[in-house]
Design a binder for this molecule. Structure first.
Ligand code: FAD
Length: 492
């Protein structure tokens, strides 16, 4: 145990964030991390509980008390080993994970929880700075080949695990870079793209092959990929966006979030063709526009922050659901994930600009002048019956020049699913056996958002690791030496 009285002696101290007025002028990461000494002090707050609920709050089963203790003692290399034992990419989760581990921390029952995410990011950032992260190619090759379709966090974690088990892995990625939503969804200011590319470069050095600009099911038939490999893992994410099919939807200036966000991420790379991933190659920019973002969550929040940085004149956000409570409800006790109001950095920026989130509001039509959207009409909804009932007389017109739809995703794109013949579940995700992770097609597995629906980076890595273990067993016909993700104790 770090310091038996650490949780009494020290309060929680977080990383700090640049003031809104400073961070609005750039797209770079905007957090300042505390010194190494301060991080060690923070680690002293861990109580090394007999039952570490933080671990069961984490979809990866991260060995949290162990690395907290090692951080406190300044044993950073051992802490790195413990961190990598369960997580391939802690520099991603250390930045963008909502940290369900912290809402399960025992100290969190009556004090601010241990700063677990800070320790995670401090360990891995130090490891990269010190040059401790080096490629780990396998000693021997098994002679088996695996195709992974999709290079997001699920595909990349799976690739690293299977490659380390000696199998020859090829990632087929439809975009021109790997990383999935880490690269083209999540904005640079939450996760610098060089950090994503750094991991992909390491995977290449470890011996993983990447084929970019290769959309399986479209320009490359699935059957060709299946025939060429001993096993296939589908990790294509849940890219089908939920639409808002109301009158005026076809006006110019109404776009899905994932038509908009990749463009700024490409611009941050210095790409001249920012709209290359847009289906109609259409550039979208919020500069000088009144923006309305429909839908919340990470996607809505990222549209808000990106629009503001591009120079939108105003940004407001609509949410169909009601405002979450400020504190846990009795029906949502510790150590469950707390379903409470969270103000993201982007929401804070929007509020400083005079905008806000409008809850319990439904968009009923878009209004245009010529071909361009100039506004929309909403109505308040009442959820007391359990369904959204329109409130008579609450109709309102809002002016806008750009509407971004961030209302969630409905599962993987249908083209590949139709070609591969995998059975889907009632939510259109690929159905797999819970234990073997194999789909209804022999030798075809699934992981990440394409299997569990729209989720989190931490879940994608967890799924990638677990499917790799299952594929290894399928290929070798023997119990895998790859670690099992401990999900039995998960408390979500
Ligand atoms: P993806 O990341 O979607 O990757 C799938 C990959 O497959 C993509 O690279 C895609 O191009 C490729 N692909 C698709 N079809 C094909 C095909 N037919 N052939 C070849 N390649 C194909 N989670 C968090 O934890 N924290 C956050 O802050 C956060 N922010 C988010 C912000 C946005 C805007 C969005 C949309 C999601 C966010 N999420 C966040 C969720 C998280 O990013 C996803 O849960 C996670 O990336 C899923 O990983 P994945 O590998 O399953 O899929």
């Amino acid at each position: 145990m770090a310091d038996p009285r650490g949780f009494i002696k020290y309060g929680r101290r977080d990383k700090t964030i640049q003031p809104v007025q400073d961070r609005l002028h750039h797209h770079d990461e905007h957090y300042n991390y505390p010194s190494e000494e301060e991080v060690k002090t923070q680690a002293a707050r861990c109580m090394d509980c007999g039952v570490p609920f933080c671990m069961s709050g984490c979809p990866l089963g991260n060995l949290i008390p162990e690395w907290n203790d090692l951080v406190y003692r300044g044993q950073w290399q051992q802490a790195l080993k413990a961190l990598h034992a369960t997580n391939n990419f802690p520099e991603f989760t250390g930045r963008v994970c909502p940290a369900p581990c912290e809402t399960s921390c025992v100290l969190g029952i009556n004090e601010p929880p241990v700063n677990i995410k800070l320790h995670e990011v401090s360990i891995i950032d130090k490891a990269f700075e010190e040059g401790w992260i080096v490629p780990q190619p396998p000693v021997r090759r098994s002679g088996k080949t695996v195709a992974i379709i999709g290079g997001g966090p699920a595909g990349l974690a799976c690739a690293q695990q299977l490659n380390r088990a000696g199998h020859q892995v090829t990632v087929y990625e439809k975009a021109d870079r790997a990383g999935g939503l880490l690269m083209y969804g999540i904005p640079h200011y939450k996760l610098r793209k060089e950090k994503v590319q750094r991991r992909i470069d390491l995977l290449i050095e470890e011996g993983v092959n990447f084929h970019f600009n290769c959309e399986v099911g479209h320009d490359t038939p699935f059957a060709k990929i299946k025939k060429a490999h001993d096993a296939v893992v589908i990790a294509t994410g849940a890219e089908e966006p939920r639409d808002l099919p109301v009158s005026g939807r076809d006006l110019d200036g109404i776009h899905f979030a994932m038509e908009f966000l990749p463009q700024q991420n490409r611009a941050n790379w210095g790409d001249s063709d920012v709209a290359a991933l847009h289906p109609k190659h259409q550039p979208i920019n919020a500069k000088g526009k009144r923006v309305i973002v429909i839908g919340g969550g990470d996607t809505g929040s990222d549209c808000i922050g990106t629009s503001i940085r591009q120079g939108a004149t105003s940004v407001i956000n609509f949410e169909l659901l009601g405002q979450p409570p400020l504190d846990r409800l009795e029906s949502n006790p510790w150590p469950q994930w707390s379903r409470i109001l969270r103000i993201s950095s982007s929401m804070e920026e929007m509020q400083v600009m005079g905008g806000d989130v409008h809850y319990e509001i439904m968009t009923t039509r878009f209004i245009g002048s010529g071909r361009k959207v100039t506004g929309l009409e909403t109505v308040k909804v009442d959820w007391s019956s359990g369904r959204p009932e329109k409130v008579a007389g609450s109709e309102k017109i809002w002016k806008c020049d750009l509407v971004l739809l961030a209302m969630g995703f409905l599962g993987p794109r249908p083209a590949l699913i139709e070609q591969c013949g995998c059975v889907t579940d009632p939510r259109s995700n690929i159905k797999t056996d819970q234990k073997t992770r194999m789909s209804s097609v022999d030798g075809v597995f699934a992981a990440g958002d394409s299997r569990r629906g729209q989720s989190l980076v931490v879940w994608a890595i967890s799924e990638g690791r677990e499917v790799a273990r299952c594929v290894d067993e399928y290929l070798t016909g023997a119990p895998s030496l790859l670690p099992k993700v401990r999900l039995e104790t998960f408390v979500y």
